[in-house]
Each structure stands twice: as structure tokens, then as C-alpha cells.
Design a protein around this ligand. Structure first.
Ligand code: PEP
Ligand code: MG
Length: 587
């Protein structure tokens, strides 16, 4: 038995056999062949190409059905690689010349292609390396007769072990066969972790040595609440976690009964609990968990994994679908926030030394009003069909916010000229996720209808902690006094200008911090759907007066450790029943 400690990324317990998701290790044989064997090798190659094509189309169909067509777009690029005549003819030509088996020749040609692509100045073509690499490995595996090729094709229920999993790989996972996953790298608020939460797949990231110390087929327990992975557990440990898993499921069942109850404290203070979504498909889960609306609709997933940019009409239809499905519940659509750990392959955005500090989000949109306005018009048009607000990400100060509003007004004007209906009074908000905005939020509050605090970025920028780097993850503390003071400043400034203040960073969904945020007067908490019931339970079982006292005391403590100890103790005292359920769910 071996215990590995990492970062809890998505709650729940998973127990099962492991599947090593490592596309890097393929051993290719180098066999000499006779001249008369060449036609047979060509036939093998063709068969592998046909099989690969059928596989890709199969995955594409499955993903379209399960996750929507946006997520299936990436495979169009893969199909194009597969049809590349130059590549195919080069393989056949070299095989005839070198008289080596097709696997060997194909691997060589593939390497050459990747090499050529990586030396190109064209960023778009550089980004195609991963498509060529992906398809190439798939063809090689088919030539070698290897099994289990991608996360969407898993035939058995497994726990995936990988060095890293990209947000798009996460999107291709299906709960049915992926019981959970662990990775060597990554942080709590990386987008892979966020996707895992929205898919409700238990996950632990940043284990550092997962791929080197876990073997394929090992028995593995992962505890996504505690951030641990136990390799080949003994009988007693296995039993303990089986019980814990069952209790976690029961706990969830209890909490979901709160679904239709309001988020109101014992002394009548009402707040709003919303959910964050990446995909329209998540709305059913949001409603099932009792969220009152969407506090953050991350639209960049709509732009990812596809060729070309989505048109105004396509976006309009998607946003309209979201509001319609929400049947009257409000939704806050965040404008494009590419960059950081979310890259869009179809846009020519150069790689940067510090992508989180780079040309991203609103900075990119203001530099490309052509792209920005298409999205703004689509959101505006959808506002005629339901309760939509829009918000801008990564606002650093009033100047930038005003520039964004100018573009919004232009988009409105264009729609008026086209005589297209939209909500003229659409609510406009700013995400407060850069320290400069948090410090000047008294000025920003005069310009918008609401604030939404993006703690994932606010913490990384104010504490100088890269949110996806597991080595420094221990310093990523939402309860750092600097962060708490910034949050208080934002809420107070918002209230002074009579605008509401929400939070859509992961901090809003952490039960331990609920009391502080409630006590500081946060009006709206937006989180992964699965976190909604527990936060609602806490809100419904405490007094606002008590939460205020907790917040006041927490703000006077000098270290994050002291704040955490204090709030956890107060949570146990004020909501003892939760402690009991949580404790039993921990076994
Ligand atoms: C945040 O930064 O807190 C946030 C909600 O946005 P994202 O995680 O998409 O950067
Ligand atoms: Mg952010």
C-alpha cells in the first residue's frame, strides 16, 4: 500500500483499477521486410487508416451526443490529417525504398512532420502539431494492434492516471467509464479541475509522482475531498473507503432535498446561490442541485476545440438555448476569457512567457473588436429571450472598463440599425479578479450594475501564486489576510454604490469559507453545481448575525492558518449537524 498526497480537485471517492493515460510511450518495432511483402504492408497501412477514421468518426458522434457539437469539432482537424495525401504517399514511397515495416516508416515520417511544423513561424500551423501527433499515435496503435486509445473509448470503468489532462480531454471523458482521475501536475483552480467538478468526476491533481509510481491495472482509491490517492490498499483501508464512498453518496442525497428551498439564514437574510457552467448541457445538473441561476457562463469553451470562430448566429442560438432552458432563471454571460490555461487553437495568439499576465481576456477582446463585437451582438440578441446579464473578465481599472462599454454601445447601435430586438437595459458587470480593480473598486462601482469576484485569479495575482503550479499550491490561500481584505473592500464598495456583489471563483463553493463570505455581506455565491447543496445547507442553518461576527474576527487574524482553524471550528459549532454528516462521510 502506498499513499500519495496531492491537491483535491473534485469531490467524491472513487475506487477501481487504473488506466494509464500516457500517449507518449509507444514502442515501435524496426523490422526489415522483403520486397514481395510491400503490398501486404501497404494493405495493413490502409486498414489502419480506415480503422482510425472509423474510430474518430465514432468518437465524434458520441461526443456530439453527450457533450454537444462544439466539443466534437476538434476531430474534424484530426480527420483532415488522416486524409493528407502527402503524408500517405511519403510513407508508401519510403517503405518501398527502405524496406522496413510500415510502423517504423510511419513513425519516422510522423517525426519529420512534427519537426517541420514545430519550426514554422505560423502559430496556427504550430498548433496543428498536437492534431498530427494525436492522429499519428492513433494510427500507430492501430498498426500495432494496441488497445484502449482514448478516454472516450474506454470499455471498462477505470480511474485514469495521467501526467496531465487537458480541458478538452476532460470534456471527452464520460462518467460511465471514468470513475475518477489523478494527475501529476495541475492546481485546484486549473480548468481541468473545474471541468472535473462540473462533470462530477472525483479527481486529485498535482500528485507529482502518480505516473511513475502507479502501474496500469493497480487498485487505486482516490479521495477527491482530501486530495489523496492510495495505491494497492490493504483490506481494511479498502473497506474504510468503500464505507466512505457510500456515505458520501448518502450525504449528497440528503443535501439535494434542499433543492427547492431558498438560501436564507435562520434570521431571514436572503442570498442567491447560482452555478457556474461551461456548457449548456450542464443546466439540467444545475437545476437538479437547486441553483437559482447561472452566476458565470464561461463562453470560451464555445470557441475551443473547433476550426474557425463561431458566427454571431451560432452564438446567438447557443445563448438563446441557455436562457430558454433556464426558464426564467437569470444567467450572467462572461465575454471571452481566452488565455492563461485556456488557449484557442484557431486564433493566432503567440505563446507567451507569462500567459496569465499576458494578452488575454478583455485585453485580447479590446484589441480585436471584430471578434469581440460578434459575441456582444450575439449576447445582446439573446437578451430578448430571457434574463441575461453580461460581464467583462480581467478588468484592471475604469479606463479599460469604459473601453469595453464603448464597444458594447457600438454593438447595440449596430443591432438597432438592423432593427434587431434586444434588452436595452441589459445589466453589465465587471469581474473583479485583478488586484488593481479590487483596490479601485469604489471607482468601478459607479460604472457597472454588479461585481462578480473572481477569486481564482484574484488570489493568484494578489499572492503571486500561479494557480496551475502544484509546487506552490500550498501557498494558494483564499484565507490569506490580504485576500480577505480585498474581498471586504470589494463588497463594501459595491454596497456603497448600491450594486450587488457576487463571487464566481471556486472559493464561493468551499464550505469552510461560506461563513466569512456570508458575514462580509456577499449577495450571490456562484459555484460548481455539485457544491450548491452543501453551501445552501450552511446558509439555512446559521444566523446572519453569527456569520458577521465570524467574518469580523477572521479579518483580525494574522495568518491564513489561524483564519482556517477559526472558521472551521465556528462552522462545526454553528452547524453541528453538518459536522456529523461530514465526519461520517469521512469514515
Ligand atoms: C476566477 O478567476 O475566479 C474565475 C471565476 O474565472 P476563471 O476561473 O475562468 O479564470
Ligand atoms: Mg478568472
Amino acid at each position: 500500500m502506498m499513499i500519495l498526497r496531492g491537491i483535491p480537485a473534485s469531490p467524491g471517492v472513487a475506487i477501481g483499477r487504473t488506466f494509464l493515460f500516457d500517449t507518449r510511450r509507444i514502442i515501435v518495432p524496426t523490422k526489415k521486410i522483403r520486397e514481395d511483402a510491400i503490398p501486404k504492408e501497404i494493405a495493413r497501412f490502409e486498414k489502419a487508416l480506415i480503422k482510425t477514421r472509423a474510430e474518430i468518426i465514432g468518437i465524434q458522434k458520441k461526443i456530439t451526443k453527450e457533450m454537444g457539437s462544439n466539443h466534437a469539432e476538434i476531430f474534424n482537424a484530426h480527420l483532415l490529417v488522416l486524409e493528407d495525401r502527402m503524408l500517405i504517399e511519403e510513407v508508401i514511397g519510403r517503405m518501398k525504398k527502405d524496406r522496413k515495416c510500415v510502423e517504423h516508416i510511419f513513425a519516422k515520417v510522423l517525426d519529420k512532420y512534427i519537426n517541420v511544423f514545430s519550426k514554422m513561424n505560423d502559430e496556427y500551423l504550430k498548433e496543428r502539431i498536437s492534431d498530427v501527433d494525436d492522429v499519428g499515435k492513433r494510427i500507430l496503435k492501430n498498426l500495432l494492434g494496441a488497445k484502449e486509445k482514448s478516454l472516450s473509448e474506454l470499455k471498462q470503468r477505470v480511474i485514469v492516471v495521467a501526467y496531465d489532462i487537458s480541458p478538452s480531454d476532460t470534456a471527452t471523458m464520460h462518467k460511465k467509464n471514468v470513475m475518477g482521475f489523478v494527475t501529476d501536475i495541475g492546481g485546484r483552480t486549473s480548468h481541468t479541475a473545474i471541468m472535473a467538478k462540473s462533470l462530477e468526476i472525483p479527481a486529485v491533481v498535482g500528485l507529482e509522482k502518480a505516473t511513475t509510481s502507479i502501474k496500469a491495472g493497480d487498485m487505486l482509491i482516490i479521495d477527491g475531498n482530501e486530495g489523496i490517492a492510495i495505491v494497492n490498499p490493504d483490506k481494511a483501508t479498502l473497506k474504510k473507503y468503500q464505507t466512505r464512498q457510500q456515505q458520501f453518496v448518502n450525504f449528497e442525497k440528503i443535501l439535494v432535498t434542499l433543492k427547492d428551498k431558498p438560501a436564507e439564514t435562520l434570521d431571514g437574510h436572503r442570498i442567491e446561490i447560482s452555478a457556474n457552467i461551461e456548457l449548456p448541457e450542464e443546466i439540467d445538473s444545475l437545476i437538479a442541485h437547486g441553483a437559482e441561476g447561472v452566476g458565470l457562463y464561461r463562453t470560451e469553451y464555445f470557441y475551443m476545440n473547433r476550426r474557425g470562430l463561431p458566427s454571431e448566429n451560432e452564438q446567438f442560438e447557443a445563448y438563446k438555448k441557455v436562457v430558454t432552458r433556464l426558464s426564467g432563471r437569470p444567467v450572467i454571460v462572461r465575454t471571452l476569457d481566452l488565455g492563461g490555461d485556456k488557449f484557442l487553437s484557431q486564433l493566432e495568439v503567440p505563446r507567451e512567457m507569462n500567459p496569465f499576465l499576458g494578452w488575454r481576456a478583455i485585453r485580447f477582446c479590446l484589441a480585436r473588436p471584430d471578434i469581440f463585437k460578434v459575441q456582444l451582438r450575439a449576447i445582446l440578441r439573446a437578451s430578448a429571450f430571457g434574463d441575461i446579464k453580461l460581464m467583462f473578465p480581467m478588468i484592471s481599472g475604469v479606463g479599460e472598463l469604459k473601453q469595453a462599454i464603448v464597444v458594447l454601445n457600438e454593438a447595440k447601435k449596430e443591432l438597432r440599425l438592423r432593427k434587431v430586438k434586444f434588452n436595452e437595459k441589459i445589466g453589465v458587470g465587471a469581474m473583479i479578479e485583478i488586484p488593481s480593480a479590487a483596490i479601485t473598486c469604489d471607482l468601478l462601482a459607479k460604472e457597472v450594475d454588479f461585481f462578480s469576484i473572481g477569486t481564482n485569479d484574484l488570489i493568484q495575482y494578489s499572492l503571486a501564486i500561479d494557480r496551475v503550479n502544484e509546487k506552490i499550491a500550498y501557498l494558494y490561500k483564499p484565507t490569506h489576510p490580504a485576500v480577505l481584505r480585498l474581498i471586504k473592500n470589494i463588497i463594501d464598495a459595491g454596497h456603497k454604490e448600491k450594486i450587488w456583489v457576487g463571487m464566481c471563483g471556486e472559493m464561493a463553493g468551499e464550505p469552510g469559507f461560506g461563513l466569512i463570505l456570508l458575514g462580509l455581506g456577499l449577495d450571490e455565491f456562484s459555484m460548481s453545481s455539485s457544491a450548491v447543496p452543501e453551501i445552501k445547507y450552511i446558509i439555512r442553518n446559521v444566523k446572519f448575525e453569527d456569520a458577521k461576527a465570524v467574518a469580523e474576527k477572521a479579518l483580525s487574524l494574522p495568518t491564513s492558518e489561524e483564519v482556517e482553524d477559526f472558521v472551521n471550528r465556528r462552522l462545526d459549532e454553528l452547524v453541528p449537524k453538518l459536522k456529523k454528516i461530514r465526519k461520517s462521510s469521512k469514515g
